[in-house]
Ligand binder design. Structure first.
Ligand code: NAG
Ligand code: NAG
Length: 387
C-alpha cells in the first residue's frame, strides 16, 4: 500500500469526530502532531506513555504516533508540499487579529509582555535599553509544544540572556502559527507586514543597523517581510536577518510567495539544515551555511523534523559567550568543490558572530552529531548573567 494513503487511513478515524476537519486539512493535522512529537521521535528510548504526557491536547494523534514510522513521517511532509504547491494563490482564510500577538522582552529577571497593537509603550519602556542591540526572535510554524513550552525559545533565550548584552525580544504569535501550514504560509505576508509596521516605530529610538531579526522556518520569511516593510516605511534597512532553515513548503521556486532573501536587511545570513525538504536548499542570503552539505538529514538526526530544528540548536550554541567561533565554516568557490565537500576559501564562523559584506558566499562545515555541535568548541568555563 502507498505510504501516503496509509497515513491518511490511520489518521482519519481519529479525525472523524472533529467535524471542522476535512481531508485537505488532515495532512496538516498529522504534521502538527508530528512536530509536537519531535521530542518523542528524537528520543526513541522514551516510552509512548511519557510521550503522550507531553501531547495532552493531541491525545488522539498520540495513539497514532505509536504506530507511525519514520518513513510515513517524511511522506506526510511530501504530501504537505504537494498541497501547498497546488494552491498557493488562495486567499488567507481567516482575518488575523494581530493585536493578539505579543512582543515579549525577556530579561534574566522578568518578562515584559506588550501587545503588538501597542508598540510605542514597549520601545519606550524602561526595560528596553536603547544602548543595546535588539534581537527579535520569530519562530515558525508549529514550534509550540503542547505543554506550552517552546524549545526553540528556551534554547535561544537562555543563550542570549546568558550574554545579557542585547534587548532580547520574542514575537509570540500564539496559536496562529500552530494551525495548518499552508494557511500559516499564506499569512506570513500579513503577519510580517504588521510586525514590520510595529518595528518601524523603533526608527526614532535606536539605529536601524542595531536591529537583528532571527527567524526559524516560516519565521524566517516573516522576518523578510517585516524587514522589507520597515524599509518601505523608514527608507532604511535593519542591520541583519538570520534565517534558521527557512521553510521550503509554499516557498518553492516559482511559488507566489516571496521568501526571505539578501537585500531584505543590510546583511542576511542563512543556516540550512534540512535542505530540500522542510528547508530551502537554494542559497538566498548574503552568506549561506550548509552544515553537513546538501544532505538533508545530519548525523544524529533520523527525521526531517529533527534536521529542521538543528538550525536553531546550532545557532543557540553559537550565542553563548566564548562559543562565537565554534562553527568555523569554509567558503566554497564552486558547486563542484561544494559537492565534494572540498572547500578551501576563507573561513568565518556560522551563527551569532557578526558578519561583513566581504564574507558573502556559500559555506560548508562539519558538525558533531550531538551537542556541543560546534567542532571548534571553546570549552572555557561559561559565566552567565544572573537575576
Ligand atoms: C476544507 O477546509 C478548508 C478550510 O477550512 C475549506 O476552505 C475547504 O473549502 C474545505 N473543503 C471541503 C471539501 O470541505
Ligand atoms: C519568561 O518566559 C519564558 C518563556 O515562557 C520562561 O521560560 C521564563 O522562565 C520567563 N522568565 C521569567 C524571569 O519569568
Amino acid at each position: 500500500m502507498n505510504l501516503k494513503l496509509l497515513v491518511l487511513l490511520l489518521v482519519l478515524p481519529f479525525m472523524a469526530s472533529e467535524a471542522h476537519f476535512n481531508i485537505s486539512t488532515v495532512y496538516i493535522k498529522v504534521q502538527t502532531g508530528i512536530t509536537n512529537g519531535h521530542k518523542f521521535f528524537s528520543n526513541i528510548g522514551r516510552s509512548l506513555s511519557s510521550a503522550k504526557e507531553s501531547f495532552n491536547n493531541l491525545r488522539k494523534e498520540g495513539n497514532f504516533f505509536g504506530v507511525l514510522k519514520q518513513k510515513a513521517q517524511d511522506n506526510a511532509l511530501q504530501a504537505l508540499q504537494e498541497i501547498c504547491s497546488a494552491d498557493t494563490n488562495r486567499e488567507a482564510r481567516e482575518v488575523l487579529e494581530v493585536d493578539r500577538f505579543n512582543f515579549v522582552l525577556m530579561t534574566p529577571c522578568q518578562n515584559h509582555t506588550y501587545s503588538l497593537g501597542d508598540p510605542q509603550n514597549f520601545w519606550t519602556s524602561s526595560a528596553f535599553d536603547r544602548k543595546k542591540k535588539t534581537v527579535i526572535l520569530v519562530t515558525g510554524w508549529l514550534t509550540k509544544a503542547n505543554n506550552g513550552q517552546l524549545p526553540i525559545l528556551e534554547c535561544i533565550s537562555d543563550a542570549y540572556l546568558c550574554r545579557n548584552d542585547v534587548n532580547f525580544v520574542f514575537l509570540d504569535t500564539a496559536f496562529y502559527m500552530v494551525t495548518f501550514y499552508d494557511w500559516a504560509a499564506l499569512n506570513t505576508v500579513k503577519i510580517g507586514t504588521d510586525v514590520g509596521k510595529r518595528i518601524s516605530a523603533l526608527k526614532n529610538i535606536i539605529p536601524s543597523n542595531s536591529i537583528h531579526i532571527v527567524g526559524h522556518s516560516l519565521g524566517a520569511h516573516i522576518a523578510g517581510v517585516a524587514a522589507r516593510t520597515y524599509t518601505e516605511r523608514t527608507g532604511e534597512k535593519i542591520g541583519r536577518i538570520t534565517g534558521l532553515d527557512p521553510a521550503q513548503p509554499c516557498f518553492n521556486k516559482g511559488g507566489s510567495l516571496k521568501g526571505v532573501a539578501k537585500g531584505d536587511a543590510q546583511y542576511v545570513d542563512i543556516i540550512h539544515t534540512n535542505p530540500g525538504v522542510l528547508g530551502l536548499m537554494e542559497s538566498i542570503g548574503d552568506s549561506d551555511f550548509y552544515p553537513n552539505g546538501l544532505n538533508p538529514i545530519p548525523k544524529g538526526c533520523h527525521s526531517s523534523v529533527c534536521a529542521h530544528g538543528r538550525a536553531w540548536e546550532y545557532y543557540a550554541e553559537s550565542v553563548y559567550p566564548g562559543n562565537e567561533g565554534s562553527f568555523l565554516s569554509t567558503k566554497c568557490s564552486s558547486d563542484e568543490s561544494f559537492q565534494a565537500k572540498d572547500c578551501s576559501g576563507n573561513q568565518i564562523p556560522m551563527g551569532f558572530a557578526e558578519k561583513s559584506l566581504d564574507t558573502i558566499g556559500n559555506y560548508y562545515l562539519d558538525v558533531n552529531e550531538v551537542a556541543p555541535f560546534g567542532r571548534d568548541h571553546n570549552y572555557k568555563e561559561m559565566s552567565c548573567a544572573t537575576c
